[in-house]
Design a binder for this molecule. Structure first.
Ligand code: NAD
Length: 294
């Protein structure tokens, strides 16, 4: 059985690591926070003393870190993990980071004959716990086939998006669209209610008409319309506004690199930054409904 080093055991990494343990993989885990490791030891994980210690003798290295700066800091430079990992070790970088950062790590890995994939996920903490994440993978297709059983232990849908960095590009495109759809849904609901409609009735009409979208299907932003949506529990749980703002920032960064015109993505970022200033960073991103007073 493969020995996996899993680094970054936060909201997403810890349940992902737990699913790998359940699938029978041997895990050596590391996080800067000791308690994050302690939670996995009873499930059979071996706690490492450092990231370098975790990757010693590993066949596979998985990272799930907050942002580009953490990923570049861990892998690159003279003290970086890529100088320490044995050639041939499979590196699966699952954090959501800038496509250009992912390409930098790909480049440095290739120089040392270390096969690497950028593989950000969608599905949130619920998907991480249930093992139903979607992986959007960038890199060599033959490397993906080697990694597929590992992804399958943590997720349900595994897409090959394209070459190096393509997984990250797919992720920021999807989340930009998600934000735009959520904002448009919230704005339309507020317009309808202000003009006398019942939000439940309007939601159902739009859901079954040409305005139908994922927010109306499963994630309605108007409180009380959908019992299981974060809007109906004070916008708690779900996908944090701070993470949506981060991903919209990455989309703008990618647009800058490619010279793309993304006016709605830019506006979405501004609206989510406004929500951060209003103290909603930890609330679910459907809290954007509050900007269109309900
Ligand atoms: P988190 O902040 O809960 O966890 C990150 C963990 O990394 C923390 O435990 C932190 O201590 C650890 N860490 C940071 N630097 C480290 C280092 N150098 N060595 C070891 N450990 C280190 O974040 P999260 O919510 O688990 O998200 C992880 C990634 O997944 C992010 O890139 C995020 O954008 C992405 N993501 C999150 C969600 C979500 O719903 N939370 C959904 C999809 C994608």
């Amino acid at each position: 059985m493969k020995q996996i080093a899993f680094i970054g055991l936060g909201h997403m990494g810890a349940p992902m690591a737990a699913n790998l343990l359940k699938a029978g993989y041997l895990l050596r885990v590391f996080d800067l926070v000791q308690s994050a490791m302690d939670g996995l030891v009873p499930l059979g994980a071996n706690a490492a003393r450092s990231a370098h210690d975790a990757v010693d003798g590993a066949d596979v290295v998985i990272t799930m870190l907050p942002a580009s700066v953490h990923v570049e800091g861990l892998y690159l430079g003279d003290e970086g993990l890529l100088k320490h990992i044995a050639p041939g070790t499979l590196v699966l970088e699952c954090s959501t980071i800038a496509p250009n950062s992912a390409r930098k790590v790909h480049h440095a890995a290739a120089e040392r004959n270390i096969p690497m994939l950028d593989a950000p996920v969608s599905g949130g903490t619920g998907g991480a716990i249930a093992g139903t994440l979607t992986f959007m993978v960038g890199g060599d297709a033959t490397v993906l086939e080697k990694a597929r059983p590992i992804f399958s232990a943590m997720g349900r849908n595994i897409f090959h998006a394209g070459g190096d960095g393509a997984g990250q590009v797919a992720k920021v495109c999807n989340n930009q669209l998600l934000a735009i759809l959520m904002i448009g849904t919230a704005e339309s609901l507020a317009l309808g209610v202000a003009n006398g409609l019942d939000p439940v009735v309007l939601s159902e009409i739009m859901r079954r008409s040409s305005g139908g979208n994922w927010a109306l299907e499963v994630y309605n932003p108007w409180p009380g319309v959908m019992e299981n949506a974060p809007a109906s529990r004070g916008y708690n749980g779900g996908f944090m506004t701070s993470l949506m703002a981060k991903d919209l920032g990455l989309a703008q960064e990618a647009a800058q690199v490619s010279g793309s015109s993304t006016p709605l993505g830019g506006l979405a970022l501004s609206l989510y930054r406004l929500l951060l200033k209003q103290g909603y960073g930890e609330k679910d991103f459907s809290v954007v409904q509050k900007l269109f007073d309900h």
